[in-house]
Design a protein around this ligand. Structure first.
Ligand code: 5AD
Ligand code: FES
Length: 329
């Protein structure tokens, strides 16, 4: 699709044809199995001050936590026991876990649990990414959030767009399966910007693309901004599926948080991945990127049951295996 065609689709109210095509492309390139990734949100401490995010360092209303390496391993073990063959370790950015500890944790998860390990720890040096890869990490998620440099600068005052893209390039060079993505409906974001975002995803040749609606958080400077809509998020998702073909695309928690059927709808217009939360329940309510996040009082086994029901109700199956990139086999 050309940029103009993408913009046209984003502005189109009749979505049936677009969603049908995205569903067809998903079935053809990714099949009917839904991949599950157990998400461990292991620390909500963050050194950055992004205007949209509840974990921003200026948010004094949030009680901060950092799980010990032992606790993270136990959460990964619980995920493996449920049957998830892939875990995502996510935290705030610039958190101060010693690199040595993170590498030890990854090595232990890989050797004892044999699951795929995805990291989502933000921007790091090339050397740090290399060490984490050597320790056994398979994948890395780092959303560029928006491809508009101007909007990026306004929303992420202590980060640079060039640096973020450099990080994505390094991750690819180091052999990670790389995921990136955006928020849809950011204040000041235009359809043209979203079209550019989608074309950048294609150009980066990503293995995974994660998107979700922007949800205004009352503890941030953007508290009075309008949130993104599920409709525009789903249209964006469908176009990303059509343009990128075989990327892994999750039906994200943010989609499920703005609409009780958000994730189901996403699975029907291009998504092929779910990320059940396996963070210990006592920490969940504290990982508050945005308000009304779902699954906050559930335990890992609750989400597993809920997700199995969701997948079955859509006539889809749960994938076996670690669900590696579809680009590299
Ligand atoms: N609304 C929706 N998504 C958010 N994220 C952070 N804050 C919000 C918010 N207020 C997303 C960002 C980040 C991911 C971990 O969560 O895209 O990359
Ligand atoms: Fe957590 Fe549904 S996924 S309860």
């Amino acid at each position: 699709m050309t940029k103009n065609e993408i913009i046209e689709q984003l502005n189109e109210d009749r979505t049936a044809a677009l969603f049908g095509e995205a569903d067809r492309v998903r079935r053809l390139h990714c099949g009917n199995a839904v991949h599950l990734r157990g998400l461990i949100e292991f620390s909500n401490c963050c050194g950055r001050d992004c205007l949209y995010c509840g974990l921003r360092r200026s948010n004094r209303e949030l009680k901060r936590y950092r799980m010990s390496v032992e606790e993270v391993f136990a959460a990964a073990q619980a995920a493996a026991k449920i049957g998830y063959q892939s875990v995502v370790l996510q935290s705030g950015e610039n958190d101060q876990y010693p690199l040595f500890d993170l590498c030890g944790l990854i090595a232990r998860i890989k050797s004892e649990l044999k699951v795929a390990v995805t990291l989502s720890l933000g921007e790091k040096t090339r050397e740090e990414y290399a060490a984490l890869k050597d320790a056994g990490a398979d994948r890395y998620l780092l959303r560029f959030e928006t491809s508009s440099e101007k909007l990026f600068r306004a929303l992420k005052p202590d980060s640079s767009y060039d640096e973020r893209l450099r990080c994505l390039r390094w991750l690819g060079e180091l052999g990670y399966q790389v995921g990136s993505g955006i928020m849809v409906g950011l204040p000041g974001q235009t359809m043209e910007m979203i079209a550019d975002d989608i074309l950048l995803m294609k150009e980066l040749d990503l293995d995974m693309v994660g998107i979700g609606p922007f949800i205004a958080n009352p503890c941030t400077p953007l508290k009075d901004a309008a949130s993104g809509t599920l409709e525009l998020t789903l249209k964006t998702l469908a176009i990303i599926r059509i343009v990128t073909r075989n990327t892994h695309i999750p039906a994200t928690t943010a989609m499920g948080s703005i609409d009780p059927k958000g994730r189901q709808k996403a699975l029907q217009c291009g998504a092929n991945v779910l990320m059940p939360n396996v963070t210990p329940t006592r920490y969940r309510s504290l990982y508050q990127l945005y308000p009304n996040k779902i699954c906050i009082s559930d335990a890992p086994a609750d989400c597993a049951g809920c997700i199995a029901g969701m997948v079955a109700s859509l006539d889809r199956t749960i994938a076996t295996g670690p669900g590696h990139s579809l680009k590299r086999n």
